[in-house]
Ligand binder design. Structure first.
Ligand code: AMP
Length: 427
């Protein structure tokens, strides 16, 4: 199958040729014909499958062919809503790449940065708008955006959108969209909540699906180092001694953990950067840029920040911790071995995480190979239930102590949330 077989117009074919794509990925081969026939699509596919082009190409083609479109009456005719800024930027870049010979105008808006530049771009006239939900509603409320002339609507990464608490924003958005439109709905998973949401959006959709979540893992070489919590730092350095690992995306459960890993690696002169929710947009873009251009060897990311990171031919993913949700593991390792490339996923497992490995193996229906031969074997045992309880108690006590000290430093008086609420109610 070639892109020509899909009846794509020459201006887009030329751009696809420029990007180096030789043939459509399975999701593209399935979805593009429906998209071009203006049918609604329910797509089950995660990032890494080529789903962006699967929805972008038909939209670009429709808009490019609408010859009556005039510059002065340009109105947003296509809206792509996606959960994170990184994804939004990447989708916008994809529209730029695939649509560079079509004359279709596109813009991207997302929160966390001043709105001035985004508003200016909108005022210049836009055909395709890529947006995260919060900023979109904000600019709609301010009167900068009207959705009245939307003909093509894409809801991307619907499952992540719900996980991130955007359901109310999405519902609000739906009321502002014209009834007559083509809708494309993409999600990596399809639990009942998502299926219900899709029913509110789609009309007689065509279903396309690739790589169900549990099977993506099959293409990736996976291994786990069983170790102790206290040895992970050293073990990571040991693994990074392998010069073949020249570009690696490393996952950390928490932002503080990510910063700590970066500090430790830098001490050993390993070029790295962290990307997480507390980094500014500029810092994130710089880290990603440096990683893509191989200025840094290790990019440390938290799960949410990692969504939408798109790096061509990433070979290595390291899980510094094993995620307790098996789906997160599959999402993480799905960042390597993209579009047919071979990937390698390495996990560092401390005793408390042994059980997570078993849950993951159950989901992916395969065994993860254990690396036995390394200098930091797991010698500690997982905590018993009683020990865990004690550990949680101690953690809670330390947290309270930390906040009490911080309040003291700031000269604040102690007031528990309960007391605050009571005071408020008494007012
Ligand atoms: P996506 O799932 O849309 O995030 O795309 C994943 C990666 O696959 C991106 O790096 C795309 O540039 C790449 N890609 C998309 N379509 C193709 C294709 N037909 N051939 C080769 N690479 C592709």
């Amino acid at each position: 199958m070639t892109f020509q077989d899909l009846h794509i117009i020459p201006s887009i074919l030329k751009a696809l040729h420029d990007t180096g794509y030789t043939e459509p990925t399975p999701i593209q081969a399935q979805a593009i014909p429906f998209g071009l026939r203006r049918q609604d699509i329910l797509g089950i596919a995660q990032t890494g499958t080529g789903k962006t082009a699967a929805f972008a190409i038909p939209i670009l083609q429709h808009i490019a062919q609408e010859t009556e479109r005039k510059k002065e009456s340009r109105a947003i005719s296509s809206l792509i809503v996606t959960p994170t800024r990184e994804l939004a930027i990447q989708i916008d870049e994809s529209f730029a790449a695939y649509g560079k010979y079509t004359g279709v105008k596109h813009a991207v808006i997302f929160g966390g940065v001043p709105q001035g530049k985004q508003v200016k771009a909108l005022e210049r006239g836009v055909d395709v708008l890529v947006a995260t939900p919060g900023r979109l509603l904000d600019l709609m409320n301010q009167g900068f955006i009207s959705l009245e002339r939307i003909k093509y609507f894409v809801l991307d990464e619907a499952d992540r959108m719900l996980d991130m608490g955007f359901i109310h924003d999405i519902k609000k958005l739906l009321t502002a969209l014209p009834k007559k439109r083509q809708s494309l709905f993409f999600s990596a998973t399809m639990p009942p909540k998502i299926a219900n949401l899709s029913k509110q959006i789609l009309y007689k959709p065509k279903k396309v699906a690739v790589n169900p979540i549990s099977s993506t893992a099959e293409m990736i070489h996976q291994s786990v180092y069983m170790t102790n919590k206290s040895s992970k730092k050293e073990l990571l350095l040991h693994i990074l001694k392998n010069p073949k690992i020249d570009q690696v995306l490393l996952f950390s459960r928490t932002k503080h953990g990510a910063d700590r890993i970066v500090r430790n690696l830098r001490k050993k002169k390993i070029a790295c950067a962290a990307i997480h929710g507390e980094k500014s947009q500029n810092q994130r873009q710089k880290a990603l840029g440096d990683f893509k251009s191989s200025k840094i060897r290790v990019l440390v990311a938290t799960d949410i920040a990692s969504r939408g990171i798109d790096i061509d031919k990433l070979r290595y993913v390291i899980n510094y911790d094993v995620p307790n949700e098996p789906e997160s593991y599959v999402h993480r390792i799905g960042r390597c071995g993209r579009a047919g490339e071979e990937g390698v996923a390495i996990s560092l497992c401390e005793p408390e995480e042994n059980i997570y490995i078993r849950n993951i193996e159950r989901l992916i229906k395969q065994k993860i190979s254990i690396i036995e031969d390394h200098p930091f074997p797991q010698t500690d045992k997982p905590m018993t239930a009683a020990e865990k309880k004690e550990f949680e108690k101690e953690k809670q006590r330390r947290r309270q102590e930390f906040f009490a000290n911080r309040r003291k430093k700031r000269g604040e008086h102690h007031s528990s949330p309960g007391k605050k609420r009571k005071r408020k109610n008494n007012k």
